[in-house]
Design a binder for this molecule. Structure first.
Ligand code: HEC
Length: 102
C-alpha cells in the first residue's frame, strides 16, 4: 500500500505535475473556490462557463495568464499568491479536458 502511494507520487512528480495529494487539494479548490463563481459544474455563474466546449480554441497560455493574474476590472481574481505555475497549469489542463467529468 505504501509502495503504491510512493509510486503514484513519484509518477506525478516525474511528469511535472503536482503530487497526488496536491492534486486532490486543487480539485477541491476548483469545485469550492472556482466553482463559487464559475458554477459547480463549470457551466457559469458570476463568471463565464469553463467547460471544455466553452474553452475550445482558447490558447492554454492565455488561460494560464488569466488564472495567474486575474482580469483587472472584473471579478476574476489572480491566484499567484496561492498557487504556483505547476498548480495553475494543472487546473487549466483539467478544464481543457472537461471538468468535472460528465
Ligand atoms: C469571484 C469570482 C471568481 C472566482 C472565485 C474565480 N473566477 Fe474565473 N472568472 C471570473 C470572471 C467574472 C471572469 C470573466 C472575466 C472577464 O470578463 O474577462 C473569469 C474568467 C476566468 C477565465 C477565462 C475564461 C475565458 O473564457 O477566457 C478562466 C480560465 C478562469 N476564470 C478560471 C478560474 C479558476 C481556475 C478559478 C479558481 C482558481 C477561478 N476562475 C475563480 C470570476 C471568478
Amino acid at each position: 500500500m505504501l509502495l503504491i502511494a510512493t509510486l503514484l507520487v513519484a509518477t506525478a512528480a516525474g511528469a511535472g505535475s503536482p503530487t497526488a495529494e496536491r492534486q486532490q487539494q486543487l480539485a477541491n479548490l476548483l469545485l469550492q473556490d472556482c466553482g463559487s463563481c464559475h458554477g459547480l459544474r463549470m457551466t457559469g455563474g458570476l463568471g463565464p462557463a469553463l467547460t471544455r466546449a466553452a474553452l475550445a480554441g482558447k490558447p492554454r497560455d492565455s488561460l494560464i495568464a488569466t488564472v495567474t493574474h486575474g482580469r483587472p476590472g472584473t471579478a476574476m481574481p489572480g491566484w499567484k499568491a496561492l498557487l504556483d505555475e505547476q498548480d495553475i497549469a494543472w487546473l487549466v489542463d483539467r478544464l481543457l479536458e472537461g471538468y468535472p467529468q460528465p
